[in-house]
Ligand binder design. Structure first.
Ligand SMILES: Nc1nc2c(ncn2[C@@H]2O[C@H](COP(=O)(O)OP(=O)(O)OP(=O)(O)O)[C@@H](O)[C@H]2O)c(=O)[nH]1
Length: 313
């Protein structure tokens, strides 16, 4: 793939790795070090690195595995040959790199890649620190689901995208039933275990980690992008029954209620949120343990809403 992206050479021996620049990293304006220093974004750094690595050997793909997740260089595909290396700095493993190519990774190529990798280490460490801080700021510390701030941002973007592409989109708001009694009777730490169990149920049922959120307390949200009405209903029912049948939750008498609203194209994020919240209110007030769909029009929205609205419209 990389040889298609401009004036790159296409493999073996095109670059000579002389001892003069092996000793001191090249920090000139166009050097790999300088290019990597222009961004703290892991994906962008990987793409920059892959361009340089593609000069040592034509690559089909490059994957970076970090504690924060896995990243693939843009356009990556499988290759016949693989080569894996571990990127460490100050005895700390930062990441694992997996190269794919249709050519073998000869000792010379491996040596060339090793030199390039060494030029990435400081920038990579900085990018990892920044990503970790960003993730912490956007995650609920107990369940590690997205927090309310992350929801607000993701929700507004998802609605915008769905409208632009005219694709179906739905929002689920979920509130636990009878959770307070767990805290009151069993204690706060068992209450925390309940919240963790619910987050696990959500992950297992939905498998879209980025679109799952905990607002705080016993309130959760799910963004269902590219999901039509029928599928959104099925997802909500599946989630409800997963939580209702989870043995730890059953033992403690905890269930959940879900409000579901689908985006129609004249709506703003704020409208959609209010509709899901209204549906949740209906689910609660009609006996709990149910999924309710939004049936109300915008004009019918009242001050019965259970969540204060903070989503930017
Ligand atoms: N363990 C634990 N409890 C929390 C946390 N955040 C909020 N809570 C508790 O969550 C409970 C939420 O109250 P409600 O939603 O009224 O409780 P509920 O029994 O589920 O009420 P219904 O929705 O009417 O069934 C309160 O007891 C809060 O103290 C937390 O991080 N950990």
């Amino acid at each position: 793939m990389w040889q298609e992206q401009g004036n790159l050479t296409n493999a073996f021996g095109d670059l000579t790795f002389g001892s003069s620049w092996q000793d001191t990293p090249d920090c000139s304006e166009n050097s790999l070090v300088s290019q990597l220093q222009t961004t703290l974004d892991l994906q962008q750094q990987l793409d920059i690195f892959s361009m340089s690595a593609g000069r040592a050997l034509t690559l089909n793909g490059l994957t970076l595995k970090t504690a924060l997740g896995e990243f693939q260089a843009t356009g990556s595909k499988a290759g016949e040959y693989q080569h894996k290396t571990s990127l460490s700095l100050d005895q700390q493993v930062l990441a694992e790199l997996s190269y794919e190519s249709q050519y073998p990774f000869t000792p010379l190529v491996q040596q060339q890649l090793l030199i390039l990798e060494s030029e990435w280490l400081f920038s990579l460490r900085n990018a990892l620190v920044v990503s970790r801080l960003q993730q912490m700021a956007l995650k609920d510390p107990l369940t590690t689901l997205g927090n309310r701030r992350f929801f607000d941002d993701s929700f507004a973007k998802a609605v915008q995208l769905a409208k632009r592409h005219q694709s179906p989109f739905a929002l689920l708001l979920l509130d636990l039933d009878n959770f307070k009694q767990v805290n009151d009777i069993e204690g706060h730490s068992i209450g925390d275990d309940v919240l963790l169990k619910v987050a696990d149920c959500m992950r297992e049922t939905l498998r879209v980690t980025d679109s799952l959120f905990r607002f705080g307390g016993d309130e959760f949200a799910v963004l269902l992008t590219d999901t039509d009405a029928e599928h959104a209903e099925r997802v909500a029912e599946r989630l409800l029954s997963a939580i209702k049948s989870e043995s730890f939750l059953v033992k403690l008498g905890v269930g959940c209620s879900i409000g579901l609203a689908r985006l129609s194209h004249e709506q703003q994020p704020r409208d959609l949120f209010h509709l899901a919240d209204e549906a949740l209110y209906q689910a609660k007030s009609s006996g709990k343990g149910k999924v309710r769909h939004s049936q109300v029009s915008r004009a019918n929205l009242t001050d019965k809403l259970t969540h204060p609205m903070r989503v930017a419209s």
